[in-house]
Design a protein around this ligand. Structure first.
Ligand code: TRP
Length: 454
């Protein structure tokens, strides 16, 4: 694998942290976290999710970045370089690459919804329609196959376009501008929601656990969400890690990524539920949640026009910085594996495949809405559920086992600079036992529940 010597690298540690946080922070935080917190009953779900981020997510971020950084290779070759050629562990990378197509396809469709709402913001449609009409905007989008597909196409084209720009001039540069901007805007919106009547109720909903609402399936969703939101289990952190120079400890880096990601999800949740409770909406509205209630907020606050234009723009950017990290997994794998010099061709072809799959997802809201698996999952739901609740946790489980048992204490020393002391011990044993066992139990009972209810 001689091309590893010419690998591009991030310009520095901050560049990497922002890109990795850019991958982690996306629709998973702003769209998915609030809506699944709503459908799973609030506090208890959030608590399980936070525990997963700390106990399972953190050690696996370190393990995954380490695999990339030590091998300086894509998600499949990394296992071969660190173990041996033809090792069965490379299946983990292949599973990740396949998942990347599925995730990117539905992700791009939701990215398209955001763009549609950005257009509505620009046209000032929230101010000029009444609340009932605003609530119908998403449904009217769902009813229009061509509009859904058109926006999905735009989103996918933007994703491909940024990757064309390469690592530092494309991926890194955009992340450095957009992530801080998103942060500022979220804090400002949090400030607005503080003055809403529903603010206290929102805090109680998110932070007061009611364990009677917790089921195996919601625990599985919490585990799946912790993988999805941290971009884990599919080789995205591995691939980004492969552009890091070896050396420094990964502990601070992993903590920063997990902290920023969790903060954004919680802030998004507080904003969304403050609006939900202020205007008597239902928390369990599902995927439509942020598209229904936030416009209602924008309609009623001073300067709402600019806030909504900025908000959907930044969500679109957050989604883009995540989408590029998903596509990059596939592009890095194919260019390196088949020794293809022209990255752009590979990007265009793989982007097109994901785009075609995405059309199926887009049409599952209208033309294909009666195509259902297990009697209740549309194609869109299937791609989403299959990846976040099955392939990502499974990928994470095997990454943890590979790191903990095959590579062992030596890898811990390379990843964090030492294999002695409590932190090294925690990382090692979490990867060896705690994380795999927890994921395996939840996967077993969760999947059994989903299948039997279906
Ligand atoms: N983490 C992103 C989000 O929360 C989505 C994402 C980007 C992702 N890369 C990934 C999910 C890799 C799983 C695997 O929106």
């Amino acid at each position: 694998m001689n091309q590893t010597t010419q690998r591009p690298h991030w310009s520095g540690r901050i560049g990497f942290i922002l890109a990795a946080a850019g991958s982690a922070i996306g629709l998973g935080n702003i769209w998915k976290f609030p809506y699944i917190t709503g459908t799973n009953g609030g506090g208890a779900f959030v608590l399980v999710y936070l525990a997963c981020v700390l106990l399972i997510g953190l050690p696996i971020i370190i393990a995954e970045i380490h695999l990339g950084r030590e091998s300086q290779a894509n998600a499949v070759s990394a296992f071969e370089i660190l173990h041996k050629k033809g090792t069965p562990w490379r299946a983990v990378g292949l599973l990740g690459t396949l998942s990347a197509f599925l995730i990117l396809s539905f992700y791009s469709v939701v990215g398209g919804w955001v763009l549609d709402f950005e257009m509505r913001s620009l046209l000032n449609e929230f101010a000029t329609h009444d609340t009932e009409a605003i609530k119908g905007f998403l449904d009217s989008l769902f009813a229009s196959p061509w509009r859904l597909v058109a926006w999905h196409t735009v989103f996918m084209a933007l994703t491909v376009g940024i990757i064309f720009g390469g690592l530092t001039k494309g991926i890194e540069r955009w992340n450095k501008i957009l992530m801080p901007a998103l942060f500022v805007l979220l804090i400002a919106l949090l400030g607005y929601s503080f003055f809403l009547a529903g603010f206290q109720e929102a805090l109680a909903f998110i932070f007061k656990p009611d364990f009677t609402k917790l089921t195996w399936e919601s625990t599985l969703e919490a585990v799946g969400q912790s993988f999805f939101t941290l971009s884990l289990g599919m080789g995205a952190m591995l691939t980004y890690g492969s552009y890091l120079p070896k050396g420094k400890s990964l502990v601070g880096t992993a903590l920063s990524i997990a902290f920023l990601d969790t903060l954004v999800a919680l802030i998004a949740g507080i904003i969304v539920f403050s609006v939900v409770f202020t205007y008597g909406q239902t928390p369990g509205a599902g995927p439509a949640l942020i598209f229904v209630n936030l416009p209602v907020l924008f309609k009623s606050i001073p300067g709402g026009y600019f806030v909504s234009v900025a908000f959907f723009l930044l969500v679109a950017f957050a989604a883009l910085t995540s989408a590029i990290s998903i596509l990059e997994v596939v592009v890095a794998f194919i260019t390196e594996r088949f020794n293809i010099a022209n990255r752009k061709t590979v990007t265009a072809i793989t982007g097109s495949i994901a785009w075609l799959l995405g059309i199926l997802c887009a049409l599952s809201f209208n033309v294909l809405k009666d195509v259902k698996l297990l009697g209740r999952f549309t194609l869109f739901d299937t791609f989403d559920q299959l990846t976040s609740t099955i392939t990502l946790p499974l990928g994470g489980l095997f990454i943890a086992l590979f790191f903990g048992w095959i590579l062992g204490p030596k890898a811990v020393a390379l990843a964090i600079g030492t294999n002695k002391g409590p932190i090294a011990w925690l990382i090692l044993w979490s990867c060896r036992i705690a994380a795999p066992v927890a994921v395996a139990i939840v996967l077993y009972f969760g999947v059994r529940g989903v299948v039997s209810v279906g």
